[in-house]
Design a protein around this ligand. Structure first.
Ligand code: AHG
Ligand code: MN
Ligand code: MN
Length: 339
């Protein structure tokens, strides 16, 4: 019987990936399953956003000065309640919390989670796809104490990462370093079912995603890169299309399935870049590399960047490896000209 005729749940799949690890205690599988549960709760609420009075701004801002939407706060509380009390994590690092949250000692487990509870939340009121992004590290220091070594690890140390996208359907996409696998939530039974096994990035880059309205603030290399992409299109009958939603998780998911490159370069308005390393760039970089693509800040692999703090921002270039390399080449050439 072909694989897709068999029903494989997320829990079964995660457990199967752990069977290859002798000595695996099942804690990582249990943690990923709990993230899935939090995703179901958030998904249900996102779907009701038009019906109940939960849309719109909560009248508060987060540490980064961004307006918090009610669903941002709902998603944050849901993850704290379900994942934070799962017994599998010792610390939580969230876009919506200034400080790293240390779980109370009796509930601490062997992992650290970094997450963006609701990515693309400025789109909620307009029925555009949003998502939850997560990154998991093993606690590396001995003892119950949570140290900087546990929380601020480089992306290469991630043991699992992924996202849940709340779109026309809800999907859970994850990697534990054995490829990328996608599951679609069957809302009638409340279970994630394997629908996209072993996702490989389409070999052809068909999509270019960037907020072109930031053009006036860009450095010269971004203009150079855009010029070269358009010149290629002209020479080759428009092989690439511009697609940009403004929800990173949705832009990323489409590009992962179609083949494409997403860029959020640093600019004069956001000199360090806008997106955050720990809960946006790192997890998606792990996913894209596992799917055969690349992620860079223009100078180095995203996964090798040493985080300075929980809300470290980066310039992000992510997608097909050849196009990511072209962007790096433009940046290097630009630096020479400016020097
Ligand atoms: P968040 O909703 O978690 O704050 O993230 C928003 C991010 C990301 O989803 C998107 O790619 C980017 O902000 C869009 O920013 P601009 O509106 O500046 O293009
Ligand atoms: Mn985000
Ligand atoms: Mn967010």
């Amino acid at each position: 019987m072909p694989l897709m005729d068999r029903l494989i749940t997320l829990t079964q799949h995660v457990r199967a990936t752990q069977l290859h690890h002798p000595g695996a205690s099942g804690e990582l599988s249990a943690l990923i399953t709990q993230i899935g549960v939090a995703g179901k709760v958030i998904s249900a609420q996102v779907n009701k956003a038009g019906l109940v009075k939960i849309r719109g701004s909560a009248g508060t801002t987060n540490i980064q000065g961004e307006v918090q939407h009610r669903l941002d706060q709902f998603a944050e509380r849901t993850i704290q309640d379900i994942v934070g009390r799962s017994g599998h994590v010792c610390a939580l690092m969230s876009e919506e919390e200034e400080e790293i949250i240390e779980v109370k000692e009796s509930d601490r487990g062997g992992y650290v989670i970094a997450y963006d509870p609701l990515d693309g939340s400025s789109n909620i009121d307009f029925n555009v796809s949003v998502g939850t992004i997560f990154s998991i590290f093993r606690k590396v220091s001995a003892g119950v104490e949570v140290t900087r070594r546990d929380t601020l690890q480089r992306g290469v140390e991630q043991v699992a990462a992924g996202y849940i996208i709340y779109g026309s359907s809800t999907m859970f996409v994850y990697t534990v370093g054995q490829g990328v696998h996608g599951f679609t939530l069957d809302p009638t039974v409340g279970e994630y079912i394997l629908s996209h096994p072993d996702i490989r990035l389409n070999a052809t880059c068909k999509v270019l995603s960037i907020n072109t309205c930031n053009g006036p603030y860009w450095d010269g290399w971004v203009h150079d890169f855009m010029g070269r992409m358009l010149a290629r299109n002209d020479a080759d009958k428009r092989r690439i299309n511009d697609r940009h939603i403004g929800s990173l998780v949705a832009d990323f998911h489409r590009n992962l399935l179609m083949g494409g490159i997403f860029l959020y370069p640093a600019d004069s308005q956001s000199p360090k870049g806008k997106l955050r390393l720990m809960y946006e760039a790192n997890p998606l970089a792990f996913v894209i590399e596992q799917a055969g693509g690349a992620a860079s800040d223009g100078c180095q692999r995203i996964l090798e960047i040493e985080p300075e703090w929980a809300h470290h921002r980066v310039q992000l270039i992510i997608g097909n490896a050849a196009e990511v390399e072209l962007a790096e080449e433009c940046l290097r050439a630009g630096s020479v000209v400016e020097a």
